[in-house]
Design a protein. Structure first.
Length: 140
């Protein structure tokens, strides 16, 4: 009887360890980042916080998990190179967030480092329409 109780306790302990390990791993999965978590991260950055206060009607327009290739393409691209500068070439570490206000004339581009749980960059953008085409300008 004593051996059965010890065996059951060992089985429960092993199961608890596996459950705990699985729970922690899924909690650190960058693809499962929620909009609420994104907003919490952004609140810690003054530029992003100011944007969200000035445009309370904002929405998360896009969230992109950056790969090494995305970072390299961004660093060599035509627009918003500064967003990608100084990022480590590491897959699934960074999330690029695009916020947009309701009238779609003001936005914010931010990069969250999921490893350090910090907002590395936040740039305001203003969208202008000229002759039916939309252009943009980055501000910091």
């Amino acid at each position: 009887m004593k051996k059965i109780i010890i065996f059951v306790i060992v089985i429960l302990a092993v199961a608890a360890v596996f459950l705990f390990a699985f729970y922690n791993k899924s909690g650190n999965d960058i693809s499962k980042i929620s909009d609420r978590d994104i907003i919490k991260f952004l609140q810690k950055n003054q530029d992003a916080k100011d944007y969200m206060q000035n445009y309370p009607d904002f929405k998360i327009d896009k969230k992109t998990i950056l790969s090494k290739d995305d970072i390299i393409q961004g660093q060599n691209g035509q627009n918003f190179k500064e967003v990608y500068q100084e990022l480590e070439l590491e897959d699934n570490r960074y999330v690029k967030i695009d916020l947009m206000n309701l009238s779609s004339d003001r936005g914010l581009i931010a990069v969250i480092d999921f490893k350090t749980k910090a907002v590395l960059k936040a740039y305001g953008i203003m969208l202008f329409k000229a002759n039916g085409q939309t252009t943009n300008q980055t501000t910091n």
